[in-house]
Ligand binder design. Sequence first.
Ligand SMILES: O=C(O)[C@@H](CO)OP(=O)(O)O
Ligand SMILES: [Mn+2]
Ligand SMILES: [Mn+2]
Length: 547
Amino acid sequence: MKLAKSSRFSPTSGPVVTIVLDGVGISPREDGDAVKAARTPMLDKLMANFPMTKLLAHGKAVGMPSDEDMGNSEVGHNAIGAGRVFAQGAKLVAESIASGHLWQGHAWQEVVAAAKQGGTLHFLGLFSDGNVHSHIDHLKAMIERAKQEGVGKVRLHILLDGRDVGETSALDYVDPFEAYLDGLRSADFDVAVASGGGRMKITMDRYEADWSMVQRGWDIHVKGEGRQFASAHEAIETYRNELGVIDQDLPGFVIAKDGQPLGKIVDGDAVVFYNFRGDRAIEISRAFTEETFCPFHRGALPKVTYAGMMQYDGDTKLPPRFLVEPPAIDRTMGEYLAKNGVSQYAISETQKYGHVTYFWNGNRSGKFDDALETYVEIPSDVVPFEQRPWMKCAEITDALIAAIRSGQYKYLRVNYANGDMVGHTGNFEAAVTAMQGLDLQLARLIPVILEAGGVALITADHGNADEMYELDKKGNVTRDAEGRTKAKTSHTLNPVPFVLVSGEADPAYKLRDDLAAPGLSNIAATVLNLLGYEAPQDYDPSLIVPA
Ligand SMILES: O=C(O)[C@@H](CO)OP(=O)(O)O
Ligand SMILES: [Mn+2]
Ligand SMILES: [Mn+2]
């Protein structure tokens, strides 16, 4: 994996620093755009005075099935880190179902075999068509196939979304789904929703930010311990009336009849976790598969046949049984740099820590070279982020500045979570504050990079804070009769900025203007060029050419 020294580009004298402003896209509108509404003198100055372009960060440009699919952190950081576009989970699973490949795999057959020996088949996962972590069509295909193959009993554990889809859209999914199940149910096919809850309250924690979420999910899904309701519809309506929270924050619920939970998970059952994306699937998968397990008190571990939709971690091989092969992301920029002796530093706060390490490195949790790489995680607050929109951006900047000044690292990367995590709350004012907090940090960071003779690449993995109001099909902000907007919590389809900041009066390179539709996958080759290397042949082209 030796990289050729470039004859066209000499290495920058100082470090190259990639700054990912998570969830900061460029919207064509002003209305509802917290990025534009924020007072960000530093970012404005950088965008006005340095070479800048827009990069595609959604749809096919990042390996999603269609250009109607918004981007997300996984596919965005995969593309940035790997310098190429790989067909992603959403696409691979849909193809595997369409071709029938999924049903032929060992994992599916073992799951079905367990269920046919008298166990219940449980499906657990994010219940929407957001296509970021899962898709409801995949769930339906598996339920129908299970029935066809003679499975007698199926239970569903549904995590309500409201983060990749409308913030209060849960019943738009649940009601038609109940009707769909009514149509499938028969004397020898018993299928029902057994438990559920909001995705930010139970089960789908990531990067060990808050294991208590997973514990709550475990108690609800596995032990059937939690507040009981007759149906998911009733649970959603009741909690909405009582708490006034949006879907992602609805508490967990257990569906019960005569006080008996409909679908506890017990010895002999099979469990399919049907999310294809890994970050929020790893902790629950560990709880189901690790013999010794410390993060919370699980009680007796039921002996189940557990399968993930994909293998979520290529290093730890978690989970061991999975339905669809994950994208084979190889030879990432991080691996090339490690194998060519380039020292690297990666930093974020907990919520995005895995994005700049695990996703960046092609869904591998380990390092390529312990001696050459430093990964730093600043612990995130465990609070609703609209209450702390600055999150840990100042602490991240403190550490990053120290790392740059140490002179130890030639390539550094950082993810600032603010635009995204606060964008997901749907709170416009908080998102504006998030952007302003971020701008203060850029004003501290950029001069330090330039003093060190370095270059900063400012970009993002997808949009979010750039669209805080729901849009209609034509792309206009929707307003009700009183002129009120509806909060939008999901990512956007907008492109993201790419700003190339250097202190040189006359850099020996310039941005290319001949690439038809540059995207996130063009960043890696650019970084390698700035470090004085030619990118591997099959990497997507660099964004720079000699001046
Ligand atoms: O919070 C998450 O899991 C996703 C949205 O589903 O956001 P991101 O891709 O930015 O991590
Ligand atoms: Mn993101
Ligand atoms: Mn997000």
